[in-house]
Ligand binder design. Structure first.
Ligand code: NDP
Ligand code: MG
Ligand code: MG
Length: 336
């Protein structure tokens, strides 16, 4: 079984005295920079003056500089901008300003695996990816806990790459949550597959098609909404807390029989074959090529498909029902 590293497994002072530049202050950047700073590291955030990231970093009291300025003098450079702009950020801001032997640190391997960035030969290339969104990475750290994280070494040019990756991961709370070693390829391909086939693509489509099936059969859309979308959270919470067995334990005998008897008739060998096609396209680079081309074309298909999702009947029905769920209104205000 894979080794799960904790704080004791990481050399004390693994990144002592090293300056860390965090480029981008969005979901991940905000959490990483604040956690590293609170862990006692010398952190500077590279943000565009006047932008949202700059505004948040200033409010949070984290030292900031223009991105190029932050890169100069940094020993570890974390590139935490959206994946699709990382090639430009690297070319224009990082490569001309990074000192020899600096480490380039990613939270997702896309830019490296699909050859969007070819880091200078003198640089370490490492990855630290928390398995959770930035706000959870920050919140858990603030409670003295941490989100499990992955780390990977793509290139060790200085002999320090492993200490740098593990030290950084510890600094964001990743070793408190448990640190697992992976490779850039494994992280990238499994992350893309998970979000496409299961988490964001598969689950969403399962919900929509379940809803459509009930509505087409003449059931009221509001009732279908509760059954196919709303209650999914209760089930996912059980998976999350105690796996599939915990769900089995909490549902009725009838639900359990229906689950084991009908589930495999809905998600069939054909679905498995489609999942494999999705994975093949990720592995061959076809998915990446298409997504990059879509970006270069100004994202027309992306916008059209998103609009289709947003204007579907389940969305209209859901908005009206959620307005009556008081606990969701407080969550909405807190997030705003
Ligand atoms: P965000 O979209 O939240 O990052 C936005 C930040 O990037 C902003 O500060 C923005 O600046 C800055 N930025 C955007 N374009 C540029 C540019 N051209 N030059 C300089 N700065 C720029 O990113 P995420 O945190 O979602 O993702 C960062 C990385 O982490 C990605 O590799 C992603 O795959 C990975 N990741 C993300 C997870 C998540 O939960 N979101 C989970 C695990 C990994 P401004 O404010 O000025 O607009
Ligand atoms: Mg992911
Ligand atoms: Mg992802």
């Amino acid at each position: 079984a894979i080794t799960i590293y904790t704080n004791e497994d990481i050399k004390p002072g693994a990144i002592a005295g090293q300056r860390i530049a965090v480029i981008g202050y969005g979901s991940q950047g905000r959490a990483h920079a604040q956690n590293l700073k609170d862990s006692g590291h010398d952190v500077i955030v590279g943000v565009r003056h006047g932008g949202t990231g700059w505004k948040h970093a200033t409010e949070d009291g984290v030292p900031t500089a223009e991105p190029a300025e932050a890169v100069r003098g940094a020993d570890v450079i974390a590139i935490l901008t959206p994946d699709m702009v990382q090639n430009e950020v690297y070319r224009d801001i990082i490569e001309p300003n990074a000192k020899p032997g600096a480490a380039l640190l990613f939270a997702h391997g896309f830019s490296i695996i699909y050859h969007r960035i070819t880091p200078r030969d003198d640089m370490d290339v490492i990855l630290v990816a928390p398995k959770g969104p930035g706000d959870l990475v920050r919140r858990e750290f603030a409670r003295g806990r941490g989100v499990p994280s992955l780390f990977a070494i793509e290139r060790d040019a200085t002999g320090k790459a492993r200490d740098r990756a593990m030290g950084y991961a510890k600094g964001i709370g990743g070793a408190t949550g448990g640190l697992l070693e992976t490779s850039f390829r494994e992280e990238t391909e499994t992350d893309l597959f998970g979000e496409q086939a299961v988490l964001c693509g598969g689950a969403k489509e399962l919900v929509i098609q379940g809803f459509n099936t009930l509505v087409d059969a003449g059931y009221q859309p509001e009732i279908a909404y509760f059954e196919c979308l709303h209650e999914l959270k209760l089930i996912v919470d059980l998976f999350y807390e105690g796996g599939i067995s915990k769900m089995h334990h909490f549902i009725s005998e009838t639900a359990k029989w229906g689950a084991v008897a009908s589930g495999p008739r809905v998600i069939t060998d054909e679905t498995r074959a489609r999942m494999k096609t999705v994975l093949d396209e990720i592995q061959s680079g076809q998915f990446a090529r298409e997504w990059i081309a879509e970006n270069e074309a100004g994202k027309p298909k992306y916008e059209a498909l998103l609009t289709e999702d947003r204007s579907s009947q389940i969305e209209q029905v859901g908005a009206r029902l959620r307005d009556r769920m008081a606990w969701l209104q407080t969550a909405k205000q807190a997030a705003a």
